[in-house]
Design a protein around this ligand. Structure first.
Ligand SMILES: *Cc1c(COP(=O)(O)O)cnc(C)c1O
Length: 387
């Protein structure tokens, strides 16, 4: 596929995109076609049916592989499709170890869908406990998300990979890289077998597509994953593929600004008297700050904090913000604010939420690329009104 090395800022603009050979169009066309004319039965130009492959999607897949520093990528209908495809690799009786503070939709797939099909998942705190505390002889997959959602825990990818490689049955290590994006973190270079993305978030970056991706260096694994995708049909349409490809061109610029804005706001919130605690991997107060410095190029655009008081203070804060929009999702150019206990993480049982530390006064920010001064004023005003 595309060049693996090179400057990220150049790769995002060019990877996967070549002038259209028939017209010279600089942008990859939206190939709105389900089927392709064959020259003679079984003889065609590489495409026979769009569930299997589509040229706009192929361009996106080359770009996704290149930006993650991987050999192969699959573009998917959503991030959750990626999780589902990976779970289809398992067989009845197999076991998965997952980080405990996993994305709500991933947890729902594990707990309420795959548990009914004979797959067991153990959730563990992989920030400080060794993998051996959770694995069984049936463990076939290790599920890492880092930074986690919403507690922004940082898992040491290299350390977990090293532990997984020592296990006799060698489970595959998956990293959900949605929060960091490949601009800040590239798990394949740290030894992971597969990277998962919800491209809905930073990779597309404009809150106008739901999509996903799987990236790997392993050809055999890619073939298995593609076989599953082609069988179950979790594909993005060509228009969505085009939009994600377009979004990727500004990924480096956007991530740089997301990271700068978030770092400044995290420091501002940490000093604020109406805030109890701030979680941001770039702050020295973050328990895994050293790991974040080691494996990330920057700390991302997500901030979690606890507003002083209880759920009523959180509610007043959320009703008072003007620039930060109260909405689920993250990673778009516009700033968003979320209340995980009521919104994104409502599907996690309340006792589990509580034991994880997802309190009723916990607020999650997806910091956008607006002017820092405006974002700071907005938070200041809403904090004042929260009490
Ligand atoms: C949103 C998200 C997903 C799921 O992606 P969808 O595109 O919504 O299906 C998975 N992991 C993380 C970390 C996410 O934020």
């Amino acid at each position: 596929m595309e060049e693996k090395k090179g400057h990220f800022e150049t790769t995002v603009v060019h990877a996967g995109v070549k002038p259209d050979p028939t017209t010279g169009a600089i942008m990859t066309p939206i190939y709105a076609t389900s089927t392709y004319v064959q020259i003679s039965p079984g003889k065609h130009l590489g495409y026979d049916y769009s569930r299997t492959a589509n040229p706009t999607r192929t361009a996106l897949e080359s770009s996704l592989a290149a930006i993650e520093g991987g050999n192969y990528a699959l573009a998917l209908s959503s991030g959750c499709t990626g999780t589902d495809i990976l779970m289809h690799l398992m067989e009845v009786g197999d076991h998965v170890v997952s980080v405990d503070d996993v994305y709500g939709g991933t947890s729902r797939l594990f707990r309420s869908i795959w548990s009914r099909h004979g797959l067991a998942v153990t959730f563990g705190d992989l920030t400080n406990q060794p993998l051996s505390d959770f694995v069984t002889p049936k463990t076939k997959m290790i599920w890492i998300e880092t930074p986690t959602n919403p507690l922004l825990k940082i898992i040491d990818i290299e350390k977990v990979v090293a532990q997984a490689k020592k296990l006799p049955h060698r489970p595959i290590v998956v990293v959900d890289n949605t929060f960091a994006s490949p601009y800040f973190q590239r798990p394949l270079e740290l030894g992971a077998d597969v990277v998962l993305h919800s491209t809905t978030k930073y990779i597309n970056g404009h809150s106008d597509v739901v999509g996903g991706a799987l990236v790997t260096n392993d050809k055999g694994l890619l073939e298995q994953l593609h076989h599953i995708q082609n069988s179950i049909g979790g594909i993005p349409g060509p228009f969505d593929a085009f939009l994600v490809l377009r979004g990727i061109k500004t990924l480096a610029l956007r991530m740089q600004r997301h990271g700068e804005n978030a770092f400044e706001l995290a420091k501002f919130l940490e000093k604020h008297p109406l805030v109890d605690r701030v979680i941001y991997p770039g702050l020295e107060s973050h328990p895994q700050h050293a790991v974040a410095c080691k494996q990330m190029k920057g700390f991302g655009g997500m901030i979690t904090f606890f507003v002083k008081g209880n759920i009523e203070n959180a509610r007043r804060f959320l009703e008072s913000v003007k620039i930060f929009a109260l909405a689920e999702s993250l990673g778009g150019v516009e700033s968003l604010v979320d209340h995980p206990a009521i919104m994104t993480h409502a599907s996690i049982p309340p006792e589990t939420r509580k034991s994880l530390g997802i309190g009723d006064n916990l607020i999650r920010l997806s910091v956008g690329i607006e002017a820092l001064a405006d974002l700071k004023d907005d938070l200041e005003n809403a904090l004042k009104r929260s009490q």
